[in-house]
Design a protein around this ligand. Structure first.
Ligand code: OSB
Ligand code: MG
Length: 380
């Protein structure tokens, strides 16, 4: 498989509803889409970096720089026998997993499209449908939260996750349990606490939560292990798990009992499969996280979730919760039983609306062999 050209686009899409976490609030999604062309076909990759370096150190600007100056010279014109070879070919570049993942995703889509198989099959997944959960941002009031959860339960979602932060944690959980009883419920703190809050967080043990996601800092395995020893509720790590090695350290330290997999965080689909397999071998269940992706990234997340150890509902919801319209047609839909059908066509198996992409484009760059040959001479 040869990638002859990369096209980068920075897009802006307004969110249907603002999304608020312990990092702050966003009203529009700014994200990069990469198209890889080669041998008469195209593959798409969506990058999960954001405008700000809050969830991750990467941003859309760092991504643009790393792809243009370091990744493109290593992939354009190179022969890959399989997309799993893309991540190792980028090993000289430290970190920048979201940038690597976006290009690697385009390579997987290109490979599956040219082979004529759905991405799920190329990955080795077997499910025809995946189970969907929702992630609900911090709300302006308890009433707003209750109304929102009521709507999502009625829509069929099989797990409710709410974002928490100091001042918005025990009371919303208490209110949800009082109103909705034993629904599958979890919380995500996005690293908003420290170990000094352990006693306060232990108050959540009374509510039989499925898990508490990333309570402490993004690089603090030791404190998560100490906190897990003090909590009945399982800790799930998100931000902390930037690689299979990080998962190995976290699991052996007892820092978590569940792991959230996001390909952008670990360097792509190949690394996500490796992380999935590692967790399965250690009896650690995983679920697929979300980053408010458009239909392009969302479709890839659906395909990856067909692997067997994705045994808990993922943060993969219907397009209409995020964008109207989405950049794919038809949009991702969730059935009344809270499941999503895995696309069956070649590659991502979704139709990308070029006109909508064009309208949302803020800037664009096409890179071909002649553009990268100067840099290529310096590539190790
Ligand atoms: O921590 O899981 C997270 C969105 C942006 C950044 C981080 C996170 C999230 C979500 C949203 O929780 C999940 C989704 O609906 O895509
Ligand atoms: Mg999270």
């Amino acid at each position: 498989m040869k990638i002859e050209r990369l096209e980068l686009r920075l897009l802006r899409l307004p969110l249907v509803h603002f999304f608020e976490t312990s990092f702050g609030r966003i009203d529009d999604k700014h994200f990069i889409v990469i198209r890889a062309d080669g041998e008469g076909a195209s593959g798409y990759g969506e990058c999960v970096a954001e405008q700000d370096p809050y969830y991750s150190a990467e941003t859309n600007e760092t991504l643009w720089h790393i792809v243009e100056d370091f990744i493109a010279p290593r992939v354009i014109g190179a022969e890959f026998t399989h997309p799993r070879d893309v991540f190792p070919a980028l090993s000289a570049i430290r970190g920048h997993h979201m940038a690597k993942a976006a290009v690697e995703m385009a390579a997987w889509d290109l490979y599956a499209t040219r082979t004529g198989i759905p991405l799920s099959r190329a990955i080795g997944g077997a499910r025809a449908r995946i189970v969907s959960g929702v992630s609900i941002g911090i709300q302006p009031s308890l009433d707003a939260l209750l109304a929102k959860v009521e709507r999502e339960l009625a829509a069929g979602y099989r797990r409710i996750k709410i974002k928490i932060k100091p001042g918005w944690d025990v009371r919303p959980v208490e209110a949800l349990r009082a109103r909705f009883g034993k629904i599958p419920l979890m919380v995500d703190a996005n690293a908003a606490y420290t170990l000094a809050d352990a006693v306060h967080l232990a108050a959540l043990d009374a509510f039989d939560l499925m898990m508490i996601e990333q309570p402490l800092d993004y690089d603090d395995i030791a404190d998560h292990a100490a906190l897990q020893r003090m909590l009945k509720t399982p800790i799930c790590l998100d931000e902390s798990i930037k690689s299979v090695h990080a998962a190995r350290d976290a699991i052996s330290a007892g820092a978590c009992r569940i792991i959230n997999i996001k390909p952008g965080r670990v360097g792509g689909i190949g690394q996500s499969i490796a992380l999935h397999d590692f967790c399965a071998a250690h009896q650690v269940p995983v679920w697929h996280g979300g980053m408010l992706e458009s239909g392009i990234g969302r479709a890839a997340n659906i395909h990856l979730s067909t692997l067997p150890n994705f045994s808990l509902p993922g943060d993969i919801a219907a397009s209409k919760r995020y964008f109207d319209p989405d950049v794919i047609d038809p949009p991702v839909e969730v059935a009344a039983d809270g499941t999503i059908a895995v696309p069956t066509g070649p590659g991502l198996g979704v139709t990308i609306c070029e006109d909508r992409i064009e309208r949302a484009t803020l800037k664009k760059l096409t890179l071909e062999r002649s553009d990268v040959s100067r840099v290529k001479a310096e590539v190790r």
